[in-house]
Design a protein around this ligand. Structure first.
Ligand code: PEP
Length: 253
């Protein structure tokens, strides 16, 4: 079975409005590249305009970087899924390690966010991954398993099949240190096995699992060449069109 290949950019809190529109249009003009789906995770204030830019191109979609789990209400500063959907975003990045660390998002709140995203008919890009001390103790697979169990494994198979997973070892995010292709493959294979055990091999084989953590033009090809790596979630290298496109080209064309 051919899984969807996805390269998602996570702009985080970078680029003003004008810069964001320029980057989106520079990337979109180079697409589509083969069967790879490109997703731009933009700051909230850019979502609508970036979607206007990319909607005329194929192979590219827009993602919010977070959402609130409630439908609406007195949550000053937050974004509802209705707002996100109403400007054309189809993906929502959830559980990024920066959200977990700085905004204290835990597995339980992420389970609610996952439910809310799916209920709105959007696609969660669910991030998981371990910090360095956990890897040093060789507890990384167990750590990721708990993240999936607590935030995703309550889903029914049909719901779970709509999820995209991003494995992002925290020690590799924004550090310039990338997991080796073997380290990425080991974890991706383990994640797929967890899904097969919980659901079925069929469900597991259909889930796109992205790797994130200092993906750049120089290492994209070797990472994307691994059997269970279906693409990337890319921070720093998504901020320059040429670099980002080269990362997307890491898939054999
Ligand atoms: C990220 O933000 O998800 C990320 C992986 O960042 P970077 O590519 O810069 O390590």
């Amino acid at each position: 079975m051919k899984r969807k290949q996805i390269v998602a950019g996570n702009w985080k809190m970078n680029l003003n409005f004008k810069e964001g529109i320029k980057l989106a249009s520079d990337v979109a003009k180079k697409l589509p590249l083969s069967d790879v789906l490109v997703v731009l995770g933009t700051p909230a204030i850019h979502l609508q305009a970036v979607n206007e830019v990319v909607k005329n191109f194929s192979g590219i979609k827009v993602a919010a970087q977070n959402c609130h789990q409630s439908e609406k209400g007195a949550y000053t500063g937050e974004l509802s899924l209705d707002m996100i959907e109403s400007v054309g975003a189809e993906y929502v990045i959830l559980g990024h390690s920066e959200r977990r660390e700085y905004f204290k998002e835990d597995n339980a709140v992420l389970a609610k966010k996952v439910d809310a995203v799916l209920a709105k008919g959007l696609t969660p890009i669910f991030c998981c991954g371990e910090a360095l001390p956990i890897r040093k103790k060789k507890k990384h697979v167990a750590h990721v398993k708990k993240q999936l169990q607590d935030s995703l494994f309550h889903l029914k198979p049909a719901q779970f099949s709509k999820i995209v997973i991003a494995y992002e070892p925290i020690w590799a995010i924004g550090t310039g240190v990338t997991a080796t292709p073997e380290q990425a493959q080991e974890m991706h294979k383990a994640i797929r096995k967890m899904i097969a055990t919980k659901y079925s091999s069929k469900v597991a084989e259909g889930i796109s699992i992205l790797y994130g953590g200092s993906v750049k033009p120089a290492n994209a090809k070797s990472l994307f060449g691994q059997a269970d790596v279906d693409g990337g979630l890319v921070g720093g290298a998504s901020l320059k069109a040429a670099d980002f496109i080269q990362v997307v080209q890491g898939f054999d064309q």
